[in-house]
Design a protein around this ligand. Structure first.
Ligand code: ADP
Ligand code: MG
Length: 304
């Protein structure tokens, strides 16, 4: 069940919310759609789910075109909108039965509602009003309604926004479990979320794709940036540090402790030891700074 997005442009009036966006999602992948607010994530997700039309370009889900075959696409896609709009006055079971009866044959509804309640762990809350549930349980109701017709693709727009740390862990776990059987695209502006759940990351900024890689590769790219924190035994003048081969920048962060950035792709640690030996300094500590997708994200999406 693959998703193919080709050269999608979306205009709202004169504003270009998406600009020639292309990417492919392979069956069974969990893809993180990462970007700052206003990047175009929700717009892209609405187009894939047939909620709004694109201005240009083409999207297919399992070979079905979102414009020409929307019924087939909707049958294959479950969509959890941003802010998860729900009927707060309805009871959980009543709501799921209502949604199910729109999408399923009558004979299947009760069985399917029960399955969804089990899958999403809504059992203890199933007889409560949705308005009485915590945000985490409301998200479960949202997930249950998005999956009631058993779609192969799940499009989840910021599914964890507003959850407390415990709920966050639970919902992420649930998404990971669902991702074993389904193709999932989820949007988020939380980098750690991508690291925790996704196989792949598509980073979008101002309507354009700025990165499309496996989570592993992006992490690798981040650690290749080679930022080293080194503590010397004595004061070193910044001018002297410039003698270190491959040094791009040096910043003193504590007494005698420097944050040193090396040229991309080079490991500057040996050069620092050589420099210390030649200038009669001792290296007391030397660490590679922890880096993650967050730093790559900032680099790719910061205002230029
Ligand atoms: P994200 O989900 O990444 O925060 P959106 O897709 O919601 O971004 O929005 C992308 C851009 O398009 C934003 O600048 C937003 O203001 C604009 N936009 C979104 N929806 C509409 C709309 N219905 N009418 C006009 N502009 C919109
Ligand atoms: Mg959004």
């Amino acid at each position: 069940m693959s998703i193919i997005v080709e050269n999608i442009t979306k205009l709202y009036g004169k504003q270009k919310a998406l600009d020639q966006v292309s990417f492919t999602v392979e069956p069974g992948q969990v893809v993180g759609f990462l970007g700052p607010n206003g990047a175009g994530k929700s717009t892209m997700m609405k187009i894939i789910s047939c909620f709004i039309p694109q201005t240009e370009g083409r999207v297919t889900v399992d070979g079905f075109d979102v414009n020409d075959q929307p019924v087939e696409v909707r049958r294959n896609v479950g969509y959890l909108p941003e802010h998860n709009p729900l009927y707060l006055d309805m009871y959980v079971k009543e709501f799921l039965t209502f949604v199910g009866s729109i999408q399923l044959a009558k004979a299947d509804v009760q069985k399917r509602v029960k399955e969804m309640i089990d899958v999403t762990g809504l059992g203890p809350e199933q007889n409560k009003k949705i308005g009485a549930l915590s945000k985490g349980y409301r998200q479960r109701v949202g997930l249950a309604q998005s999956m009631i017709h058993n779609p192969c693709v799940l499009i989840l727009d910021e599914p964890t926004t507003g959850l407390d740390p415990n709920q966050l862990v639970e919902i992420r776990q649930l998404i990971r479990t669902l991702g074993k059987e389904k193709t999932v695209i989820l949007s988020t502006h939380i980098m750690q979320e991508v690291e925790a759940i996704c196989d792949r990351v598509v980073i979008i900024n101002k309507g354009k794709i700025v990165a499309d890689d496996t989570t592993q590769l992006l992490q690798q790219q981040a650690s290749d940036q080679g930022v080293i924190v080194v503590e010397f035994d004595k004061i070193v003048q910044e001018g002297l540090l410039k003698k270190v081969n491959g040094l791009v920048s040096a910043e003193m962060i504590r007494t005698n402790t420097w944050k040193i950035k090396g040229r991309k792709g080079t490991d500057i640690r040996q050069e620092i030891f050589r420099f210390a030996a030649e200038t009669g300094l001792s290296v007391l500590t030397l660490q590679k700074e922890e880096s993650n997708i967050e730093s790559v994200f900032h680099q790719l999406t910061r205002e230029k």
